[in-house]
Design a protein around this ligand. Structure first.
Ligand code: LER
Ligand code: MN
Length: 269
């Protein structure tokens, strides 16, 4: 198991990101704390200089295990399940635009809130059909480049589409693409799953990436999630991917990042 932490390349509304803004300074901090990698939250890949970004991550010895895409929903309203077809197409194009950087870095592309919520007047079944179709198109576009995609089950207060890991496993069956998997996030799992460790065990090899935050979305160890059981399940699965910290910068970003890596290193022993 390897460690990473989320960094937004730009200022962002989403609050569970410790590091935003000055990405050069933040990458130096993340490397100095001993993280193996950095997960990049990127609203629009056309607005970043991928060469410069990868040069700096490489110089620090940091890998890029994942790219988060949710700001395109939060700040531009793009969604796989919007009733407006042009919005759905724009969301698919945006995911495809992430493929070159994902292919270069080996990052998985995360579909979080970009899947959307079921809007008033839309049948749940229709939203699911749009979602499956969009995921198939994105997975097909990513596959020739060796890039992978994950969907993240997100709690009911943020979306009405795919709240649990078992629901996501059914979706993986429906999409039927080998490069499409699941990203469990312990914060959401604590709200939605019957048992966090049982759902992780059920997902098994479909887990391509993981987010960790505690029950209060502070750093692991600041709430009441049993991370001992979480890590035991991951060890039993021989999970060899990244455990990525996506937590609020509380009490401040530096403390969050420092406490998180201390706990993750203790737990993964
Ligand atoms: C994104 O990774 C996430 O966990 C969501 O809460 C975004 O709103
Ligand atoms: Mn998450």
């Amino acid at each position: 198991m390897k460690t990473s932490i989320v960094l937004s390349t730009h200022q962002a509304e989403f609050n569970a990101v410790a590091f935003k803004g000055d990405w050069r300074a933040n990458l130096a901090k993340i490397a100095a704390l001993g993280y193996d990698g950095v997960e990049l939250a990127i609203r629009d890949p056309n607005l970043i200089d991928a060469d410069a970004l990868l040069a700096v991550t490489g110089a620090h010895g940091l890998s890029v295990p994942a790219i988060g895409t949710g700001q395109a929903w939060g700040e531009e309203g793009l969604s796989f399940t919007d009733p407006d077809e042009s919005v759905r197409q724009a969301a698919i194009r945006r995911v495809c635009d992430h493929v070159p950087l994902a292919a270069r870095s080996g990052a998985v592309i995360i579909i979080g809130l970009l899947r959307g919520i079921v809007k008033p007047g839309v049948e749940h079944g229709q939203a699911m059909a749009w979602l499956v179709d969009a995921l198939r198109r994105c997975a097909a576009a990513a596959a020739p480049h060796g890039a992978r995609l994950v969907l993240e089950p997100i709690n009911r207060y943020e979306t009405t589409l795919i709240n649990t890991v078992p629901q996501c496993l059914d979706l993986i069956d429906a999409v039927g693409a080998a490069n499409f998997g699941v990203l469990p996030d312990t914060f959401h799992m604590n709200i939605e799953e019957r048992s966090i460790s049982a759902s992780l065990r059920q997902a098994g090899a479909h887990i391509f990436h993981i987010h960790v935050a505690d029950s209060n979305r502070w750093y692991p160890g600041a709430g009441h999630i049993d991370f001992g059981a979480v890590f035991q399940a991951l060890r039993d699965l021989d999970y060899a991917g990244y455990v990525s910290v996506e937590a609020m910068p509380m009490p401040d970003a530096d403390t969050c990042a420092m406490e998180s890596i201390k706990t993750l290193k203790q737990l993964s022993l």
